[in-house]
Design a protein around this ligand. Structure first.
Ligand code: HMG
Ligand code: MG
Length: 307
């Protein structure tokens, strides 16, 4: 009898969001040098795609007010893509000045979260991105897109996945190369994930979709497994389970990168990441935020792959 495990890929691309999604949510701001230590540790572990910061308003996210310095002080490496959130033209100018080759735009599938997060209606946000994405592309940048609150909204509850699909299609048509679908709150469960992804995949190719699952209720890996079985090959994760969205009350960290890598490697799925060095990067994350982090493998330790 077949199972979803028959449909899994040989390799998965992990998009690391800890330095951005993680550190934006810390109660106290982490200094620039400490942020750079974490980014270096992640790259050293083999992370090939790292979201290092956000060029958003420092009034809104003071924790990442040093984005310009973080970006310009992060050493570029062959084969490593660095990205950063960018909400508007001012953010794009900052990203360009800091030498970024990729940015990520973001909006929500629910109206209230979008307003609380970026002070615009969803339509107003689309209007901004209608200009911003082609401008970034003309500067030679790649643009990733996020659609948040796909699995549920902290203010509105259920969200119509057809709205998320329309927004994903719009962002792709404007020039994004990939859309990361966000369970911002961490409320989703596997059957819902199957329904959402089947709807997305009825109109969009799997290689243009990614999953961004906050692990608030411990469902992230189960949801990811469903996504992988349906053809999704890019998964967002945050080192040691850092993260959350300051404008999504009740949300906790992203799926921990170590937990994802542990599951994938033990199932024979390659990520290009060294689990031991990644575990070390989790220790760096904990040292720089100066409190315990929730990742399961981070806390329990690695079992040897041999035994
Ligand atoms: P606004 O207040 O409407 O913007 O904010 P504004 O244009 O009126 O500007 C207000 C002030 O901000 C001005 O400064 C601007 O210069 C400044 P002042 O003159 O008063 O000193 N400003 C900027 N400064 C630097 N860089 C900029 C910038 N833009 C304006 N780019 C805005 C609108 C979008 C800027 C604001 O709402 C914002 O920055 N929001 C970002 C919120 C955020 O980062 N949330 C977390 C990330 S999203 C997330 O976590 C979800 C995700 O992980 C996926 C998932 O989990 O589902 C991606
Ligand atoms: Mg997030």
């Amino acid at each position: 009898m077949g199972s979803i495990l028959d449909q899994l890929p040989d390799s998965v691309s992990i998009y690391e969001v800890g330095p951005r999604d993680g550190l934006q949510n810390e109660a106290s701001t982490v200094g620039t040098v400490r942020k750079l230590r974490l980014i270096e540790a992640l790259i050293e572990a083999g992370c090939k795609r790292v979201e290092i910061t956000s060029f958003v308003s420092p009034h809104w996210i003071p924790q990442l007010a040093d984005a310009d310095n973080v970006a310009s002080m992060t050493q570029a490496r062959d084969g490593v893509t660095l990205s950063a959130l960018c909400p508007n033209a001012k953010g794009l100018a900052r990203a360009q000045a800091a030498g970024m080759h990729e940015i990520a735009v973001f909006l929500s599938a629910s109206e209230t979260h979008n307003r609380r997060n970026i002070n615009k209606s969803v339509d107003e946000a689309v209007a901004v991105f209608r200009e911003l994405i082609p401008e970034a592309r003309a500067l030679g940048m790649r643009v990733r897109g996020y659609v948040s609150t796909v699995w549920g909204c902290p203010y509105e509850g259920d969200v119509d996945p057809r709205r998320a699909l329309e927004l994903a299609k719009t962002l792709l048509s404007l020039g994004c190369y990939e859309i990361s679908l966000g369970d911002t709150l961490g409320v989703g469960t596997p059957r819902q994930t199957e329904e959402i992804l089947q709807l997305m995949l009825s109109e969009l190719p799997a290689n243009q979709l990614a999953m961004h699952m906050h692990d608030t209720r411990g469902q992230a890996l189960a949801n990811v497994l469903v996504g992988l079985s349906l053809g999704i090959r890019t998964i967002d994760a945050a080192i040691a389970g850092l993260g959350g969205c300051p404008y999504a009350p009740g949300a906790s960290g992203n799926l921990a990168t170590e937990d994802l890598v542990y599951m994938l490697h033990h199932m024979g799925i390659a990520t290009g990441i060294d689990p031991e060095k990644l575990w070390d990067a989790g220790r760096v994350a904990e040292a720089i935020v100066r409190h315990e982090l929730p990742g399961r493998v981070h806390r329990a330790g690695l079992r040897s792959l041999k035994g």
